[in-house]
Ligand binder design. Sequence first.
Ligand SMILES: Cc1cc2nc3c(=O)[nH]c(=O)nc-3n(C[C@H](O)[C@H](O)[C@H](O)COP(=O)(O)O)c2cc1C
Ligand SMILES: [Fe+2]
Ligand SMILES: [Fe+2]
Length: 399
Amino acid sequence: MKKAIKITDNVYYVGAHDYNLRDFHGSMYPINEGATYNAYLIVDEKITLIDTVEIDFYDEMLERIRSIIGDRMIDNIIIQHAESDHSSAFMKLMNEYPKAKAYVSISGKRAMLAQFFKDYDYQSVKTGDTLNIGRGTLTFIEMPMIHWPDNMATYFDDDRILFSNDAFGQHIISFKKFDDDYDYSYLIAKAKEYYANIVMPYGKNVLNKLKAIADLELAIDYIAPSHGIIWHKYIGKMLADYKDFASLKSKDKVVIVYESVWNNTKTIAETLAEGLGQNDIEPKVYKLSKTDSSLILSELLDAKALLIGSGCYNNTLASEICSFIDKAISLNIKDKYVGTFGSYGWNKLPIVNMDKKAENIGILLEDFNIAINYAPTQEDLEAVYEKAQKLAEFLKEKN
Ligand SMILES: Cc1cc2nc3c(=O)[nH]c(=O)nc-3n(C[C@H](O)[C@H](O)[C@H](O)COP(=O)(O)O)c2cc1C
Ligand SMILES: [Fe+2]
Ligand SMILES: [Fe+2]
């Protein structure tokens, strides 16, 4: 009973709704209401499928395809990304449509062979290559590192659609496939969360690619990503916001992330928040073990600084904080400011040395490594508050 959803006169949504997915790409990106793997069918003189789906959703995709073309064959399959959420159903689909020609970027061909081992006479394409499918023509645009080296986008001139794969995606599951059914603020918050959790490390590539796409001067009426809904009404606004994401444009905001067993580090964290918040820098305070990392990354994207706190436990930091520091290093947010704080009992070194672990995340704040013995005293808290106040003044000067 799964049917295609009409997008334009010639294009249909034939992807899958993974309602129960709660961890996107392993534990990397916790989500609340599932995800979609978008595949699109273009019915022109030739029949072309843009992307496939995750293998467990093969039947759902096939049902949606057949609801439109019945027993007709698919002529072309465009593999825009070799990652499993878009390509693992490809081999099975080739059993059904053995005559289909598969188009993929050069690096995508390598990744397909290295994952699925079988050559399908892949046609390698690069930016500017075209494929005529009848009234319309497809133009391929390589999108390296948005999100893997092989990513590409495909432009369909007849309906002016840019199929963008991972770029511009969001995790929204709905039969309402266009942006004009939603509030823009809701959509952009979802797109921001997706960007922060999937694309953030590759901001420079995104900026270059946004410019390259603008330079191509394509007339774009729709941007159809591989996750979530299709941009139509808000394309201009969304692209402007995406540019801000990619350049890590920040607000007067600081993210404070900590772990605490007996609440001493928590007290420091909340005193820092008070000193910032009372001085016009919005603090976002998160106990790591009680918060979805996807929310923290989303807030970090447009924060000016990150403060990381931990108690000292068995001569080291809380394990959650250690792995968060590693993750933060991988995000490539080198122009954000970083400070550390914590509480210890009898060995202050792990807290004092937290700076050394955190220095590869971004720009280490001068003299912002707070180490307090057991519970902070009133004087300690006053000093912490004052430090936060000074930080607020410093950050307000920064753009
Ligand atoms: C399981 C556990 C192990 C600890 N191990 C150490 C340690 O190796 N060195 C140390 O200086 N303090 C140690 N402490 C003491 C804490 O660092 C101290 O109580 C600190 O104030 C805890 O901060 P918190 O209240 O934010 O959890 C340990 C505490 C706990 C609960
Ligand atoms: Fe991907
Ligand atoms: Fe994806």
